[in-house]
Structure formats: C-alpha cells, structure tokens
Design a protein around this ligand. Structure first.
Ligand code: SAM
Length: 309
C-alpha cells in the first residue's frame, strides 16, 4: 500500500513488502487496548520478524511509527484495522451460517485466518487455498514451519499456490491443488486489486464467475477511481499517499468509481451484498471504550462483499 515497499525507519533503512506492511499494522494493533472491537491477529507475532517486533514493542518507537504513517499515508493504519475486523466478522458469519467448503485467499500475504480460525475450519473440513507471488509465500511458509514444528506441523487443510494474477492460469493452479468447482467457496481478495492491471482484475473476476458454485462469495477492497485519475482532493489522506508513492516511483494501477461497482460486478455475474465506504467502516470499528475514535480512515478505500449468481 502507500509507500509500503520503501518505508525508511529510524536507524533502519531496510524496505518492507506490501504484505509486510499490513502485517506490521496488525502487530501494532495488538497494543490498541482501548478499542471496543479489538483487532487480535495473534499470528502477526509469528510472521513479523523479531527486529520489527522489538521496535513496535517499544512505546516511543511505536508512537514514532504512528506519527510517520499519519504523515505519509494518513488513515491507512486505521483502514487496515477496520478491514481486518470486518472480514473476520464476515468470515465467521459465513462459516457458521452457510455450507462453505473452500476458502480461496487471493494475494494472501500474511493473512492468518487459516490458522486463527483453525477450529471451525477443521470441524467443517474446509480446505483453504492461499495464492500469492512465490517470494512472499515462501517467506510465510518458512516462518510457519518454524513456529509449527513442535505443534503438529503444517496444517493439511492449507494449500499454498504460487501465482501471479497478471499471468497465471488460476484454474490449472487451483485444480492441481485440489480446488473443487462444485463446492461453495468464499474468496478473500483484500489489499490486492489496486496493484493489478485492469486485465488482471477482470480475468480474476471472470475466473471466479466461471469456476465457482452459485452462492459462492467474494470479499474484496478497491480504491476509488478518482485516486488513479489524479483527482483525490475529496478523499482524506489521498494527496499524502499519492505523493509518498510518487517519491518512491510507485502508483496504484486499478480503481473503480463507487457508483460503477454494482454494474461492474454484474458483468461478472455477481451481485453486491455489502458495500462500505472507509468512513462507514471507521464508524463501525474504530470506537474506543471512552467513546472517542481511534482515528480517521483513509477516504479512498472501499470494501465490497458480493455473491456469485
Ligand atoms: C497489501 S498485501 C495484502 C495481503 C493480505 N491479503 C492482507 O490483507 O494482509 C498485497 C498482497 O498481494 C500480493 N500480490 C500483489 N500483486 C500480485 C500478483 N500480481 N499476483 C499475486 N499476488 C500479488 C502481494 O504479494 C501481497 O501479498
């Protein structure tokens, strides 16, 4: 996300990948003890390397990171917390109320839901497919293997599939790892669409439509098209985020106008069940026990939950 690949930190200039940044935020969130809806991604401890954890564990440095992100990409930390909470909630609801047999996590990064929701996933014999670029996926496997070596080893319900959405044949990759097109599936696609070419987003949407059972579901987020078109004035944090990305030679590639989303999904045989602005998510998830808000959410982010017809 904004400036994620080259954040320079005090006394530490090593870059971070996109997946690392959301992980970093989720580890920081373990210290947010006053939230009414706490974000408790305990696996962020497993995935985040010790030197980064040690920095966040220090109160002063933690405050320094918060300030730095508030300047470089205002509202992004807050958005990641909201997104994590809302997807956790939807996932739990869907696993409890619908006969979901498979979860496909597109651009999984350091998503830990296959491990955090292990009891219900095992109880319902759900298969989880994690897709990502090979580099980040190999790092994740390495860190997991180390952590799980004396806890029964890697879970057999998780299947890792190295993939590039801009190039790969998703169907062949998934089928070769046991994906079943006739079973109800929940697709998670968080933090990814804005990095892809429009063709990469379209081919993934078309893939989901063509290769999943009716009633299957897709959770994803996207940025408003105004951000891409260089017209982000109305959105909180957009100008700072664009500038930080430009400084590092980066930019978001794909975005949609909010009012076009339902029509866009219709083209792929999907119906929009929930559509959240980031501000709505903030109101829902960022309230503190004392009635104040943790912060304001980056205004260019949007969150969608759709059903495949
Ligand atoms: C911001 S991270 C989000 C990770 C995770 N979904 C989360 O919410 O924590 C974006 C992820 O998308 C993956 N990604 C980006 N471009 C991709 C591509 N072309 N093919 C496959 N994965 C990609 C990155 O490797 C990274 O893990």
């Amino acid at each position: 996300m904004c400036n994620e690949t080259s954040v320079k930190t005090q006394g530490h200039s090593k870059g971070m990948s996109n997946g690392d940044m959301t992980l970093f935020f989720r580890y920081m969130a373990l210290y947010e003890e006053n939230m009414l809806v706490p974000v408790r991604d305990t696996f962020s401890r497993v995935f985040l390397p010790q030197p980064w954890r040690e920095k966040i564990d220090e109160e002063n440095l933690r405050a320094w990171f918060r300030n730095m992100y508030n300047e470089k990409a205002p509202g992004l930390y807050e958005y990641i917390l909201c997104r994590t909470s809302h997807t956790d909630r939807l996932l739990q609801e869907m696993l409890s109320n619908r006969p979901v047999s498979q979860i496909v996590i597109l651009g999984a990064g350091f998503d830990s839901r296959a491990y955090r929701f292990d009891p219900i996933i095992k109880e319902k014999s759900i298969q989880v497919f994690e897709l990502d670029l090979p580099g980040i996926q190999n790092l994740k496997i390495e860190r997991l293997e180390q952590y799980l070596q004396d806890k029964g080893g890697m879970p057999s319900h998780v299947h890792f599939i190295p993939t590039d959405f801009n190039e790969s044949n998703l169907l062949d990759s998934l089928l070769s790892h046991g994906y079943n097109q006739t079973k109800l599936t929940l697709f998670l696609w968080e933090g990814v669409t804005y990095y892809l070419l429009p063709e990469g987003v379209e081919s993934t949407m078309a893939f989901i439509q063509k290769n999943s059972l009716t009633g299957s579901m897709l959770i994803f987020d996207y940025i408003t098209r105004d951000f891409i078109e260089g017209n982000p004035k109305e959105c909180y944090g957009a100008i700072e985020c664009r500038n930080s990305m430009a400084e590092n030679g980066q930019k978001f590639i794909f975005g949609i106008h909010r009012e076009d989303l339902a029509g866009y999904l219709e083209k792929f045989g999907m119906s929009l069940l929930e559509h959240w602005t980031s501000e709505e998510l903030g109101r829902r998830y960022l309230e503190l026990k004392n009635g104040q808000m943790l912060g304001r959410v980056a205004g260019y982010m949007n969150y969608a939950f759709a059903e495949i017809l």
